[in-house]
Design a protein around this ligand. Structure first.
Ligand code: ARG
Length: 412
């Protein structure tokens, strides 16, 4: 029998897929569970996979690689899709695609499979990733080929002697990993409805958050966070810690209408306390250490990077080019940022950097001013030169017209 490696979460969809791939497609199924943190199914994944008839269940702890090589580079780039979504799910897919391909090679499998539907972005990210890394692998997507209703899936498993207590169907479709939690479907499909309290699991509401704020100091080196409150901390522990602390203070909730690659607008609820805190602190450090031209271009590049990640083009030369630019911008993005967490907000309240461009002597209004105010006169004369010439040559005697251009007020 040909072998297939399935990306296995331990949920109902992929558990049904194990049986379906074996019965309907004649594969020996190797269930590959990739642990990226925060999954509720993690403890039961092995027994469930075997119960469903997998030849074996392989669990790979990829948390460290995920944070170090996927989440943190996105952080350094300031990659946030449509200014709202820190890309937790999107960043996980290329790593999963890579591990699927690696394990397929190790196991001598000719095919790989994932549980994505045909309506989302995740199918694109998996398929493009796998096809890029090994075009010879066949890709099977059971849920896309033959979506079964929840009850049908449970019934199908029962017919094959697999009786797992599935419990109540949760009210939402959830995906979670260390970088964030994504929720959609159910009542969230009505964009006018405020998300119910159950839509959130990682974060308290601002009302229920402690009245007292918490203060954190995050240290960055070349754009990567490396210390918390003065002590070195590994990437996974840092993210876990910030998720807990941020969640407690109600930080990291996002309610967003998002544009999927396949043309659908969808309402998404995200919780990403660590990502939101790290992004806001990182941006504050860049404001200290980058020139205004660097900040301007990098904002654009960060948005492009977010789109590339979102749209499943991780394994592309375009990514390599952007990564090289971003790494170059981070040469001096080192220092410490003080963040205040309080009732839903993460606010930067202090920053310090060895290569800071902030010069108090230049900025101050006090007596110890080092800035030459008289030099401003000459600068302004040159800066405004072209505008003055243009006003005289092209707007002469048309002052009311000028006012219309500069201050349009309709008919007035
Ligand atoms: N919309 C997000 C994305 O495309 C999250 C999708 C996660 N899936 C889910 N079942 N909630 O990256």
């Amino acid at each position: 029998m040909p072998k297939l490696v399935l990306a296995y979460s331990g949920g109902l969809d992929t558990t049904t897929a194990i049986k379906w791939l074996a019965v309907e497609r004649g594969y020996e199924v190797i269930a590959l569970n990739i642990d990226l943190g925060r999954s509720k199914e993690q403890p039961v994944v092995e027994e469930r996979g075997l119960a469903a008839g997998a030849l074996k269940v392989r669990v790979i702890d990829a948390k460290e690689d995920f944070v170090r090589y996927f989440a943190f580079p996105a952080l350094a780039a300031g990659a946030v899709y449509q200014d709202a979504y820190p890309l937790a799910t999107a960043l996980a897919r290329p790593l999963m695609a890579k591990l699927l391909v690696d394990v397929a090679h190790e196991e001598g499998a000719t095919a790989v499979a994932h549980g994505c539907t045909g309506k989302g972005n995740d199918q694109v990210r998996f398929d493009v990733g796998i096809q890029t890394l090994d075009p010879s692998l066949e890709i099977v997507a059971p849920t896309r080929e033959q979506a079964m209703a929840r009850e049908t899936q449970i019934e199908y498993l029962k017919q094959h002697g697999i009786d797992i207590p599935w419990g109540d169907k949760g009210p939402f479709s959830i995906d979670e990993n260390l970088w964030g939690r994504s929720a959609e479907a159910g009542v969230l499909e009505d964009p006018w409805q405020e998300p119910p309290a159950e839509a959130y699991e990682w974060t308290r509401s601002a009302e229920e958050a402690p009245a007292e704020p918490a203060y954190l100091e995050i240290g960055y080196e070349h754009g990567m966070p490396v210390t918390l409150d003065g002590a070195e901390i590994n990437p996974v522990d840092l993210v876990e810690r910030l998720n807990d602390l941020g969640g407690l203070h109600g930080v990291g909730r996002v309610d967003h209408i998002e544009d999927r690659l396949v043309g659908i607008k969808s309402r998404e609820i995200y919780e990403a306390p660590a990502a939101v805190i790290l992004l806001v602190a990182h941006r504050a450090l860049e404001a200290m250490t980058l020139s205004k031209q660097q900040i301007k271009l990098k904002k654009y590049i960060g948005a492009e990077y977010a789109e590339l990640i979102y749209n499943g083009l991780w394994f592309s030369p375009h990514h390599q080019d952007i990564a090289a630019y971003v790494a170059s911008t981070q040469r001096h993005v080192s220092g410490t940022v003080r963040v205040r967490l309080h009732r839903g907000n993460a606010t930067v309240v202090g920053r310090t950097a060895p290569a800071s461009l902030y010069d108090r002597g230049l900025a101050t209004y006090d007596r110890d001013d080092t800035y030459d105010q008289s030099a401003a006169v000459g600068f302004i004369s040159i800066w405004g030169l072209q505008t003055r010439v243009q006003a005289r040559r092209q707007l002469l005697g048309e002052l009311p017209e000028t006012l219309k251009i500069a201050m349009p007020r309709g008919d007035a």
